[in-house]
Design a protein around this ligand. Sequence first.
Ligand SMILES: *Cc1c(COP(=O)(O)O)cnc(C)c1O
Length: 370
Amino acid sequence: MERLRPVWAEVDLGALKRNYARIQSYTKAELMPIVKADAYGHGAIPVVRALKALGAKRFGVALLEEALEIKREFPELELMVIGASPEEHSDTIVRENIIPGIFSFSQAQALAKSAGEQGKTARVHVKIDTGMGRIGYRPEEWEQILEIAKLPHLMVEGIYTHFATADHADLTFARKQLERFQEVIRKLERRGLKIPYKHAANSAAILHFPEAHFNLVRPGIILYGLPPSRHVGQDAGLEPVMSWKAKVTHVKTIGAGETVSYGRTFRAAYETRVATIPVGYADGLRRALSNCGEVLVRGQRSTIIGRVCMDQTMLEVTKIPGVQVGDVVTLLGQDGEERIDPTEMADWLSTINYEIVCDISKRVPREYVE
Ligand SMILES: *Cc1c(COP(=O)(O)O)cnc(C)c1O
């Protein structure tokens, strides 16, 4: 569709593919790209299509809805729901051959029952909570996994855990989690249960915790070219995949003492050039950036002045000559020698780059380039 409002997010599928190849060079394990939350805001379907072309066969999502959306487009792919899947959806999970993460006997029973009725075998991955404290069997409950494995029409294809601090420089706690996970696996194997897939590594663990790779890894944020934290991935050779742009809709000069936007929180100290862009907090440009965030205009940094509105934002461009209506403003990405990455924007907001890209709303059309 033709773009009506001049605001868009550019998704560079070439950069995505180079990131994937780079990640594969760090591990011998199979990659299961994590494409939850619409591929961290990048668009799940185009992202999956691009990675499938590089040979990715198995993808991870957080929700059953997300798995179904991808299955509809790519029925041949393996989709795993890494989060919790409600028991009442067992029929759908089995019918669509989706692989759920499970961590209770009743969940396993419901899946086995659905599989029996459909004349199929349900494949599951058992989640172990080794210290994240979110979902999963506690390590001391390991014998319950043997009970699950005995159910008819059900196959324990995988076992997995998730690290709470893999993105820290100090991996002491992550090592503790890994030991607990290995101990569970050892006990199960001693009792004769062989599980084909074992996985634990998120992006940070892929980059600096190779002992945790096993035979499958779950890269998320690094696929999109962003470092998992200030301690990990800064020099991993990743390229940010998404940029965010808008075109100037209005330029004017205001006199000393005049104010800009709701609440009059910006007051001009001198004659000031002001440019307006048609993007606001409903697009994911956070209101907390009022009077402090920066954007790039004509290759230079410009400050957001006044409050960010729902659909519009004003910029100080006094020292940037020649700004005119139609100029492309870069909220995220490169313009000339300057760049602003989601990690920098996240720092202004005391949050993480993950939240910045996920927050760019559906109202901002994604444009795919390669
Ligand atoms: C989101 C998620 C991942 C991916 O995490 P990144 O830090 O983005 O690599 C991996 N595993 C699980 C269980 C997750 O929830």
